[in-house]
Design a protein around this ligand. Sequence first.
Ligand SMILES: Cc1cc2nc3c(=O)[nH]c(=O)nc-3n(C[C@H](O)[C@H](O)[C@H](O)COP(=O)(O)OP(=O)(O)OC[C@H]3O[C@@H](n4cnc5c(N)ncnc54)[C@H](O)[C@@H]3O)c2cc1C
Length: 333
Amino acid sequence: MLLWEIDRPLVELTSLYGFERAARAYRASLAAVSGLVSLARDHNLLGEIRTKNSLYLAAGSSAADLLDEHRLRQRAGLPGDFLDHGRLLESYQIARAGAIVSSGAADADPLQLARGLLRLATMRGARLFDAEAIAFDPEGEAVTVGFEDGREITAKAVVLATGYVMPGIVHSKLQTVSSSWAIATTPQPQNIWKDGVLIWEDAKDYLYARTTPAGRIIIGGEDSEETIAPDARDRLIPEKSRQLVKRLAALWPSAETEVEHRWAGTFDTTSDGLPLIGPVPGAKGVYAAYGYGGNGITFSYLAAQLIGDLIAGGTSPLLDDFALDRDSGMAGH
Ligand SMILES: Cc1cc2nc3c(=O)[nH]c(=O)nc-3n(C[C@H](O)[C@H](O)[C@H](O)COP(=O)(O)OP(=O)(O)OC[C@H]3O[C@@H](n4cnc5c(N)ncnc54)[C@H](O)[C@@H]3O)c2cc1C
């Protein structure tokens, strides 16, 4: 799901950082999805990416918070319409208190998209090495990275993008890791909700659902910050799958709930919902791209733009907003 909507609602982000800064993050996220779609279109990777609307559902019995969120998004110039219970039921046959439906999202097979982008990068001169980086030395004129197999790479700029495992030279008080579980049903193209919109909810550990071109339903969530070790996480797959099946049946009663694939993964999140993008403090020439939360692929595009521009001599206020050592004084509330 390539959502531009950030894990933390605009209303909450505004109460943490003020409207201008919160709106700037949301607008940058919207532009990132559209940039990624354009990149795919310009390089014939469009088979791997589909533009979509998103449907952000009320999780509880009231849609009052969503209406506030919608109004603030409108003020920020973001796309979207508010649907009350009746309009939501009529348009999407989904029985929730309300929803915001927004344009500007997309979906993709992440593996195919990643492969396509790596092909593009290698065609442009990137070289790929499969090795584990274990040491970073930023003391000299350039940065030296040492690998487990004994090799070293020296470069003027090093960008760390190692997912939820941050090397020891990167520190952030904001980052935590979380596991997540997902299932994919058998194909049921006759059974898909309107337009195959991307569905997610106004809740901290939200449920999300999308469809595939073959008509499978993928639904995920059930996140946990306690079960991180891969073995323990994977042992929970059967139980979490059963929960997800129940939640699918509640969300979309006409779905066939025969599950063909089930899996789990771990990702990193931040307490304020914004990514960690920019220079690594105290390590000259080293840049970091972490803390993506549920917006991993959207924020990775943003990180590539911001860090690329920074290395080329540019700057952006977003680099203060996403700084690894930003003031998170209020971010815990
Ligand atoms: C179940 C699940 C569903 C998700 N759904 C979505 C979604 O719908 N939309 C979305 O946008 N995001 C989603 N995310 C989040 C998204 O997957 C991540 O944010 C994204 O993959 C992060 O990309 P990345 O390239 O930074 O890190 P990763 O994809 O984690 O890749 C990091 C790579 O670095 C390698 N690495 C780590 N340490 C080292 C080292 N020392 N040396 C060399 N290599 C190293 C790792 O092996 C890995 O290959 C989901 C996550 C999970 C777990």
